[in-house]
Ligand binder design. Sequence first.
Ligand code: ZN
Length: 246
Amino acid sequence: MTNAISQLKTILQNADNIVFFGGAGVSTESGIPDYRSADGLYNTKYAYPPETMLSYSFFVRHTSEFYRFYRDKMLYPDAQPNKAHLALAGLEKRGKLKAVITQNIDALHSKAGSVNVLELHGSAYRNYCMDCKKQYPFETVIQSDDVPLCSCGGVIRPDVVMYEEGLDERVMEQAAQAIRDAEVLIVGGTSLSVYPAAGLIRYYRGGKLILINKSETPYDDYADLIIRENIGETLGAAVFTLPCNE
Ligand code: ZN
């Protein structure tokens, strides 16, 4: 166990109000790539950058093309929770972790057993008709060849926050409150560059900010512990070795 991980373990052992804030990097270890990662992949296959294709105006004007990209690059029905998701669910079960705040739409925290999950960007597992608001499961979107339609004829949309759309205020308030009350704040798998979600970190008042991210973030100077390792390995090594009754 590295020095940084044993420091993390000591902090977790002594804390009882931990909040986790995570981004795309939490899910890459489950085989879900960050669609923003600049690998040139989209340039060859799609006529627009992902930020355009995932915008509300694009969805309205080019619904079919939106769904082609969305099903191809945003949905991973076979993805399973990794050690990071499982470790966080374990910390919640022990009563130590109070909330998981995520920018991901893949529901892997819930699949891992986390209960208090605040999904800032919504969930691909919730979908609804834009006309009559009828709810539809993930499978409806996955299995449809083109634009998924409601029995009323309306277009079904995912309950995810598209570019140009605001975040859900109620979820944002709950996230801000959880961060404000947190004793320990762990931020992982995000470069903290996507606003307004990244601005949530400013609500933190505690003295134990832990950053687990492979690259630098604008908050590195404020961190009490920075770990530049794989997040699943890091959280797994720290949490799965905690004594049972802690
Ligand atoms: Zn409908």
